[in-house]
Design a protein around this ligand. Sequence first.
Ligand code: CA
Length: 333
Amino acid sequence: MKLAIIVLLLINAQSCTSSQVERENFRVIAHRGASAYLPENTLEATAMAHAFGPDFLECDLQLTKDNIPMVLHDRSLESTTNVSEVFPKRHRDDGRYYAIDFSWEEIQKLRVFERRRGEVLAFPGRFPEQSAPQLRVPSFAEWIELIEGMNESRGVQVGIYVEVKASPAYTNEGRDILAIVLEVLREYGYEDKTDKVFLQSFDPVDLIRAKEEFNTKIPLIQLIGMNEWPGAPADYVHMITEEGLQKVAEYAVGIGPFYRLLYDIDSKGRPQATLLSKTAKQLGLEIHPFTHRSDQLWEGFQSNDELLKFVVKTLGVHGVFTDHSDHVIQFFK
Ligand code: CA
């Protein structure tokens, strides 16, 4: 009897340890903060995600008219703010309200809403649009200072994982968003704490410039989407070949692929890994797929547990971008 209990305890202790090891080797990346619970990329969503205990807080960066880098996903403001009510005449001919046409002072007058696609909410069941309080678009500096403040008050070291957006469009406006973002990262000391920061972009030009022109020590992640996505800045079909990944490995420490590139679904409806994760790992690249969402599971999976087991054990990737960092952390417990 006693022996049976000891054996059970040992088995228990062992499984506990292995999941702790798996957790330690896995980067939980809070995508746009706790975006499942609060409007994305706000300070409120960032604070909530911080409390969940992820390894990194992720954000997207755009520029104001007066060159202030701010935490905002889209180049234009209408899908996530009330810009059309506050500044009804300030859209361009295509009907969109571009962030670069607004000063930082003007941006602060906007309320951030839960993301819409046209007239409908992108993620029904998340934070209700009609009750959105005065949530603002934060500047990049405010976002960093919130995280660093919470790191101090909570006695932890959550890193930052920042994305430079739409740099060719900013170049056309005569701006260099990459240079501005790298300067802020340098000012806040991230060139000297390279285990607490990643810089990501869909555009290889940004990452190659960051490395070769700006000599940054910040680790770089090449995001990989689909060629058919509007404005794709690279040939991703080629990028995921062995030859393409070899080139990526010359400037980046890892890839952030769209999750569907990592598996196919077989004739019985079961997910089967593609060659991508194996090839990338052979080249020493980390793999951080996007985006895990408990309320919109990846195709081919019926539950979070099934999906995360595939991510962690079958694909063996090194982290995941997630709107639900609390659920991913819970998976390892
Ligand atoms: Ca992003």
